[in-house]
Design a protein around this ligand. Structure first.
Ligand code: TXA
Ligand code: MG
Length: 331
Protein backbone atom coordinates (compact mmCIF):
# COMPACT_ATOMS: atom_id res chain seq x y z
CA UNK A 1 0.00 0.00 0.00
CA UNK A 2 1.62 3.29 -1.01
CA UNK A 3 -0.73 6.24 -0.71
CA UNK A 4 0.17 9.25 -2.90
CA UNK A 5 2.18 11.63 -0.74
CA UNK A 6 0.91 15.15 -0.06
CA UNK A 7 3.31 17.71 1.44
CA UNK A 8 1.42 20.78 2.70
CA UNK A 9 2.86 23.91 4.25
CA UNK A 10 0.96 25.68 7.05
CA UNK A 11 -2.65 26.72 6.34
CA UNK A 12 -5.93 26.26 8.16
CA UNK A 13 -6.96 23.82 5.43
CA UNK A 14 -3.78 21.76 5.72
CA UNK A 15 -4.19 21.50 9.49
CA UNK A 16 -7.79 20.38 9.33
CA UNK A 17 -6.94 17.84 6.62
CA UNK A 18 -4.13 16.44 8.80
CA UNK A 19 -6.40 16.33 11.86
CA UNK A 20 -9.12 14.51 9.89
CA UNK A 21 -6.62 11.95 8.64
CA UNK A 22 -5.31 11.30 12.16
CA UNK A 23 -8.83 10.90 13.51
CA UNK A 24 -9.54 8.43 10.68
CA UNK A 25 -6.60 6.27 11.78
CA UNK A 26 -4.14 7.40 9.08
CA UNK A 27 -0.51 8.39 9.61
CA UNK A 28 0.58 12.04 9.30
CA UNK A 29 4.13 13.35 9.71
CA UNK A 30 4.25 16.73 11.47
CA UNK A 31 6.91 19.14 12.69
CA UNK A 32 7.88 19.54 16.34
CA UNK A 33 10.66 21.76 17.67
CA UNK A 34 12.91 18.68 18.12
CA UNK A 35 12.40 16.50 15.02
CA UNK A 36 9.52 15.61 12.68
CA UNK A 37 7.19 13.05 14.26
CA UNK A 38 5.31 10.24 12.54
CA UNK A 39 1.91 10.64 14.17
CA UNK A 40 -0.96 8.24 14.76
CA UNK A 41 -4.02 8.29 17.03
CA UNK A 42 -2.61 6.76 20.22
CA UNK A 43 -6.02 5.30 21.11
CA UNK A 44 -6.20 3.33 17.84
CA UNK A 45 -4.02 0.19 17.98
CA UNK A 46 -4.33 -0.47 14.25
CA UNK A 47 -3.14 3.06 13.45
CA UNK A 48 -0.21 2.65 15.88
CA UNK A 49 0.71 -0.68 14.25
CA UNK A 50 0.93 1.36 11.04
CA UNK A 51 3.76 3.44 12.56
CA UNK A 52 5.83 0.28 13.05
CA UNK A 53 5.02 -0.94 9.55
CA UNK A 54 6.03 2.41 7.99
CA UNK A 55 9.24 2.73 10.02
CA UNK A 56 10.12 -0.96 9.52
CA UNK A 57 11.12 -1.09 13.16
CA UNK A 58 12.30 -4.55 14.19
CA UNK A 59 11.01 -4.17 17.78
CA UNK A 60 8.16 -2.62 19.75
CA UNK A 61 9.54 -0.05 22.16
CA UNK A 62 7.06 2.20 23.92
CA UNK A 63 6.22 5.46 22.14
CA UNK A 64 5.76 9.03 23.37
CA UNK A 65 2.19 10.37 23.48
CA UNK A 66 1.89 14.05 22.54
CA UNK A 67 -0.60 16.54 24.02
CA UNK A 68 -1.47 20.22 23.50
CA UNK A 69 -1.04 21.04 27.23
CA UNK A 70 -0.37 19.61 30.68
CA UNK A 71 -4.04 19.11 31.57
CA UNK A 72 -4.66 17.00 28.47
CA UNK A 73 -1.63 14.87 29.41
CA UNK A 74 -2.89 14.54 33.01
CA UNK A 75 -5.96 12.63 31.75
CA UNK A 76 -3.57 9.80 30.83
CA UNK A 77 -0.58 10.21 33.21
CA UNK A 78 -0.41 10.73 36.99
CA UNK A 79 1.55 13.93 37.80
CA UNK A 80 3.33 14.26 41.14
CA UNK A 81 4.94 17.51 42.41
CA UNK A 82 8.17 16.81 40.54
CA UNK A 83 6.31 16.23 37.28
CA UNK A 84 4.34 19.44 37.76
CA UNK A 85 7.49 21.44 38.43
CA UNK A 86 9.19 20.12 35.31
CA UNK A 87 6.07 20.62 33.20
CA UNK A 88 5.68 24.21 34.43
CA UNK A 89 9.30 24.97 33.62
CA UNK A 90 9.91 23.13 30.36
CA UNK A 91 6.53 22.69 28.66
CA UNK A 92 5.85 23.30 25.94
CA UNK A 93 9.28 22.00 24.98
CA UNK A 94 11.85 19.26 24.45
CA UNK A 95 11.11 17.24 27.58
CA UNK A 96 9.30 13.90 27.87
CA UNK A 97 8.09 12.62 31.23
CA UNK A 98 7.59 8.92 31.96
CA UNK A 99 4.85 8.73 34.60
CA UNK A 100 2.43 6.15 36.01
CA UNK A 101 -0.40 5.66 33.57
CA UNK A 102 -3.96 6.62 34.59
CA UNK A 103 -5.94 3.42 34.99
CA UNK A 104 -8.75 4.71 32.75
CA UNK A 105 -6.46 5.96 29.97
CA UNK A 106 -7.59 4.73 26.55
CA UNK A 107 -4.11 4.98 25.04
CA UNK A 108 -3.60 1.52 23.52
CA UNK A 109 -1.14 -0.99 24.92
CA UNK A 110 0.94 -0.99 21.75
CA UNK A 111 1.92 2.62 22.60
CA UNK A 112 2.96 1.80 26.18
CA UNK A 113 4.29 -1.66 25.20
CA UNK A 114 2.13 -3.19 27.92
CA UNK A 115 3.82 -1.15 30.69
CA UNK A 116 1.99 0.51 33.60
CA UNK A 117 3.77 3.79 32.70
CA UNK A 118 3.28 6.27 29.86
CA UNK A 119 5.64 8.78 28.23
CA UNK A 120 4.02 12.20 27.71
CA UNK A 121 5.22 15.38 26.02
CA UNK A 122 3.82 18.80 25.12
CA UNK A 123 5.76 20.02 22.07
CA UNK A 124 6.45 23.72 21.55
CA UNK A 125 6.08 23.92 17.77
CA UNK A 126 2.98 26.03 17.02
CA UNK A 127 1.84 23.76 14.18
CA UNK A 128 2.16 20.68 16.39
CA UNK A 129 0.15 22.28 19.17
CA UNK A 130 -2.57 23.46 16.81
CA UNK A 131 -2.74 20.00 15.26
CA UNK A 132 -2.93 18.28 18.67
CA UNK A 133 -5.70 20.62 19.70
CA UNK A 134 -7.64 19.97 16.49
CA UNK A 135 -7.34 16.18 16.81
CA UNK A 136 -8.41 16.18 20.46
CA UNK A 137 -6.77 12.80 21.10
CA UNK A 138 -3.27 11.80 22.24
CA UNK A 139 -0.93 11.38 19.28
CA UNK A 140 1.81 8.74 19.39
CA UNK A 141 4.80 9.95 17.41
CA UNK A 142 8.32 8.59 17.12
CA UNK A 143 10.74 10.36 14.81
CA UNK A 144 9.54 10.24 11.19
CA UNK A 145 12.35 8.21 9.69
CA UNK A 146 12.89 4.60 8.79
CA UNK A 147 14.44 2.63 11.61
CA UNK A 148 18.19 3.17 11.83
CA UNK A 149 18.25 6.31 9.64
CA UNK A 150 19.12 9.79 10.89
CA UNK A 151 16.41 11.83 12.58
CA UNK A 152 14.39 13.99 10.21
CA UNK A 153 14.56 17.76 10.71
CA UNK A 154 12.93 18.85 7.43
CA UNK A 155 9.87 17.72 5.44
CA UNK A 156 12.32 16.70 2.71
CA UNK A 157 14.09 14.25 5.08
CA UNK A 158 10.73 12.70 5.93
CA UNK A 159 9.70 12.41 2.28
CA UNK A 160 13.05 10.84 1.42
CA UNK A 161 12.86 8.29 4.25
CA UNK A 162 9.14 7.46 4.43
CA UNK A 163 7.63 9.01 1.29
CA UNK A 164 6.28 5.76 -0.11
CA UNK A 165 4.83 4.62 3.23
CA UNK A 166 2.78 7.61 4.41
CA UNK A 167 0.09 9.82 2.89
CA UNK A 168 0.77 13.27 4.31
CA UNK A 169 3.50 15.52 5.68
CA UNK A 170 2.72 18.86 7.30
CA UNK A 171 5.64 21.09 6.33
CA UNK A 172 6.69 23.48 9.10
CA UNK A 173 10.19 24.20 7.80
CA UNK A 174 13.35 23.02 9.57
CA UNK A 175 13.14 21.95 13.25
CA UNK A 176 14.83 24.33 15.69
CA UNK A 177 16.34 21.85 18.17
CA UNK A 178 17.24 19.04 15.77
CA UNK A 179 17.72 16.54 18.60
CA UNK A 180 15.05 14.34 20.20
CA UNK A 181 13.49 15.32 23.53
CA UNK A 182 15.11 14.47 26.86
CA UNK A 183 13.27 11.54 28.50
CA UNK A 184 12.98 11.66 32.31
CA UNK A 185 11.56 8.73 34.28
CA UNK A 186 9.64 9.78 37.40
CA UNK A 187 8.02 6.42 38.17
CA UNK A 188 10.35 5.84 41.16
CA UNK A 189 11.64 8.01 44.00
CA UNK A 190 14.67 8.81 41.94
CA UNK A 191 14.89 11.05 38.90
CA UNK A 192 16.33 9.03 36.03
CA UNK A 193 17.37 10.30 32.61
CA UNK A 194 16.48 7.57 30.11
CA UNK A 195 17.51 9.55 27.03
CA UNK A 196 19.62 12.70 26.86
CA UNK A 197 18.23 15.37 24.54
CA UNK A 198 17.29 18.99 24.07
CA UNK A 199 17.06 19.75 27.81
CA UNK A 200 20.13 19.01 29.93
CA UNK A 201 20.59 16.96 33.07
CA UNK A 202 21.82 20.10 34.88
CA UNK A 203 18.67 22.03 33.94
CA UNK A 204 16.45 19.25 35.31
CA UNK A 205 18.57 18.86 38.49
CA UNK A 206 18.44 22.59 39.15
CA UNK A 207 14.65 22.78 38.97
CA UNK A 208 14.09 19.71 41.17
CA UNK A 209 16.98 20.41 43.53
CA UNK A 210 18.13 16.78 43.45
CA UNK A 211 20.42 14.41 41.58
CA UNK A 212 19.49 13.17 38.13
CA UNK A 213 20.72 9.62 37.59
CA UNK A 214 21.77 8.52 34.09
CA UNK A 215 20.12 5.21 33.12
CA UNK A 216 22.97 4.29 30.80
CA UNK A 217 25.72 4.47 33.44
CA UNK A 218 24.05 3.62 36.76
CA UNK A 219 23.45 -0.13 37.08
CA UNK A 220 20.78 0.30 39.73
CA UNK A 221 18.71 2.79 37.71
CA UNK A 222 15.71 1.65 35.66
CA UNK A 223 16.66 1.29 32.01
CA UNK A 224 14.78 2.37 28.95
CA UNK A 225 12.38 -0.56 28.38
CA UNK A 226 13.87 -1.41 25.01
CA UNK A 227 17.05 -2.35 26.87
CA UNK A 228 15.38 -4.79 29.27
CA UNK A 229 15.35 -8.31 27.85
CA UNK A 230 12.15 -9.27 29.59
CA UNK A 231 10.32 -5.97 30.04
CA UNK A 232 6.68 -6.73 30.10
CA UNK A 233 7.10 -10.40 30.85
CA UNK A 234 3.90 -12.30 31.64
CA UNK A 235 3.74 -14.26 34.90
CA UNK A 236 3.24 -17.55 33.02
CA UNK A 237 6.00 -19.32 31.11
CA UNK A 238 5.92 -18.57 27.39
CA UNK A 239 6.61 -21.21 24.70
CA UNK A 240 7.51 -19.96 21.24
CA UNK A 241 6.85 -21.59 17.85
CA UNK A 242 4.25 -23.93 19.33
CA UNK A 243 3.02 -26.12 16.47
CA UNK A 244 1.23 -28.76 18.60
CA UNK A 245 -0.29 -29.02 22.07
CA UNK A 246 1.50 -31.34 24.50
CA UNK A 247 -0.35 -31.29 27.85
CA UNK A 248 1.79 -34.17 29.22
CA UNK A 249 4.87 -31.99 28.85
CA UNK A 250 3.58 -28.40 29.15
CA UNK A 251 0.31 -28.72 31.08
CA UNK A 252 -2.77 -26.67 30.15
CA UNK A 253 -1.65 -23.99 27.78
CA UNK A 254 -3.51 -21.09 26.26
CA UNK A 255 -2.55 -20.58 22.61
CA UNK A 256 -2.00 -17.18 21.02
CA UNK A 257 -3.04 -18.23 17.54
CA UNK A 258 -2.12 -16.83 14.14
CA UNK A 259 -3.26 -17.64 10.59
CA UNK A 260 -3.81 -21.32 9.79
CA UNK A 261 -1.99 -22.63 12.87
CA UNK A 262 -2.97 -25.84 14.67
CA UNK A 263 -5.26 -25.03 17.63
CA UNK A 264 -6.10 -28.66 18.57
CA UNK A 265 -5.56 -29.79 22.14
CA UNK A 266 -4.90 -26.37 23.69
CA UNK A 267 -6.86 -25.44 26.78
CA UNK A 268 -7.95 -22.11 25.28
CA UNK A 269 -7.25 -20.09 22.16
CA UNK A 270 -6.88 -16.33 21.70
CA UNK A 271 -6.43 -15.02 18.17
CA UNK A 272 -3.70 -12.52 17.35
CA UNK A 273 -5.03 -12.60 13.80
CA UNK A 274 -7.22 -15.28 12.25
CA UNK A 275 -6.39 -14.19 8.71
CA UNK A 276 -2.63 -14.13 9.37
CA UNK A 277 -2.44 -10.32 9.10
CA UNK A 278 0.78 -9.09 10.75
CA UNK A 279 -0.62 -5.61 11.38
CA UNK A 280 -3.74 -6.92 13.12
CA UNK A 281 -1.53 -9.22 15.22
CA UNK A 282 0.74 -6.29 16.19
CA UNK A 283 -2.26 -4.22 17.22
CA UNK A 284 -3.51 -7.11 19.41
CA UNK A 285 -0.17 -8.21 20.81
CA UNK A 286 0.07 -6.65 24.30
CA UNK A 287 -3.66 -6.78 25.04
CA UNK A 288 -3.77 -10.52 24.21
CA UNK A 289 -0.60 -11.26 26.20
CA UNK A 290 -2.22 -9.62 29.24
CA UNK A 291 -5.50 -11.46 28.63
CA UNK A 292 -3.73 -14.82 28.34
CA UNK A 293 -1.70 -14.31 31.52
CA UNK A 294 -4.12 -16.03 33.94
CA UNK A 295 -3.12 -18.38 36.76
CA UNK A 296 -5.67 -20.98 35.64
CA UNK A 297 -3.29 -21.87 32.78
CA UNK A 298 0.14 -23.48 33.08
CA UNK A 299 1.66 -21.54 30.21
CA UNK A 300 1.20 -19.42 27.11
CA UNK A 301 1.98 -21.04 23.77
CA UNK A 302 2.66 -18.81 20.78
CA UNK A 303 1.88 -20.08 17.27
CA UNK A 304 4.63 -19.63 14.65
CA UNK A 305 4.59 -16.14 13.12
CA UNK A 306 6.45 -15.58 9.84
CA UNK A 307 9.58 -13.38 10.13
CA UNK A 308 8.34 -10.89 7.53
CA UNK A 309 6.93 -7.36 7.86
CA UNK A 310 5.74 -6.72 11.41
CA UNK A 311 6.37 -10.41 12.20
CA UNK A 312 9.97 -9.45 13.05
CA UNK A 313 8.90 -7.01 15.76
CA UNK A 314 6.18 -9.38 17.03
CA UNK A 315 8.68 -12.25 17.35
CA UNK A 316 11.23 -9.95 18.99
CA UNK A 317 8.68 -9.05 21.66
CA UNK A 318 7.60 -12.69 22.10
CA UNK A 319 11.24 -13.74 22.54
CA UNK A 320 11.61 -11.14 25.29
CA UNK A 321 8.40 -12.42 26.91
CA UNK A 322 9.86 -15.95 26.84
CA UNK A 323 13.36 -14.93 28.02
CA UNK A 324 14.66 -15.81 31.50
CA UNK A 325 13.22 -13.16 33.78
CA UNK A 326 15.31 -10.16 34.82
CA UNK A 327 13.98 -8.33 37.86
CA UNK A 328 11.80 -5.30 37.07
CA UNK A 329 12.90 -1.94 38.45
CA UNK A 330 10.97 -1.46 41.68
CA UNK A 331 7.83 0.61 40.99
O1 TXA B 1 11.66 14.61 20.31
C1 TXA B 1 10.97 13.58 20.45
O2 TXA B 1 10.78 13.08 21.56
C2 TXA B 1 10.34 12.98 19.20
C3 TXA B 1 9.33 13.99 18.65
C4 TXA B 1 8.60 13.48 17.44
O3 TXA B 1 8.41 14.37 19.67
N1 TXA B 1 9.68 11.73 19.52
C5 TXA B 1 10.35 10.61 19.84
O4 TXA B 1 9.51 9.60 20.17
O5 TXA B 1 11.56 10.51 19.84
P1 TXA B 1 9.87 8.08 20.43
O6 TXA B 1 8.55 7.42 20.61
O7 TXA B 1 10.77 7.54 19.37
O8 TXA B 1 10.67 8.11 21.79
C6 TXA B 1 10.53 7.03 22.63
C7 TXA B 1 11.48 7.14 23.82
C8 TXA B 1 12.32 5.90 23.89
O9 TXA B 1 13.59 6.22 24.41
C9 TXA B 1 11.51 5.03 24.84
O10 TXA B 1 12.25 4.02 25.40
C10 TXA B 1 10.99 6.09 25.83
O11 TXA B 1 10.72 7.22 25.00
N2 TXA B 1 9.71 5.68 26.44
C11 TXA B 1 8.48 5.76 25.93
N3 TXA B 1 7.55 5.26 26.77
C12 TXA B 1 8.24 4.85 27.87
C13 TXA B 1 7.86 4.23 29.09
N4 TXA B 1 6.60 3.92 29.38
N5 TXA B 1 8.83 3.95 29.96
C14 TXA B 1 10.12 4.28 29.70
N6 TXA B 1 10.53 4.84 28.55
C15 TXA B 1 9.61 5.12 27.64
MG1 MG C 1 13.88 7.87 16.64
Amino acid sequence: MSPALTIRPYSEGALSQAAAKLRAGELVAFPTETVYGLGADATNADAVAGIYAAKQRPSFNPLISHFPDRDAAAKHAVFDDRADKLAETFWPGALTLVLPRQTDSDVCELVTAGLPSIAVRVPAHPMARQLLRAVGRPIAAPSANRSGRISPTTAGHVAHSLGNAIGMILDGGPCGVGLESTVIDLTTDRVVMLRPGGITREQVAEILGCDVVMAETDDTAPKSPGMLTSHYAPGLPVRLDATTANPAKYGNEILLAYGDCNTKGFDAVLWLSKSGDDREAAANLFAKLHEADQPRFDGIAIAPIPETGLGLAINDRMKRAAAPRTPHPSP
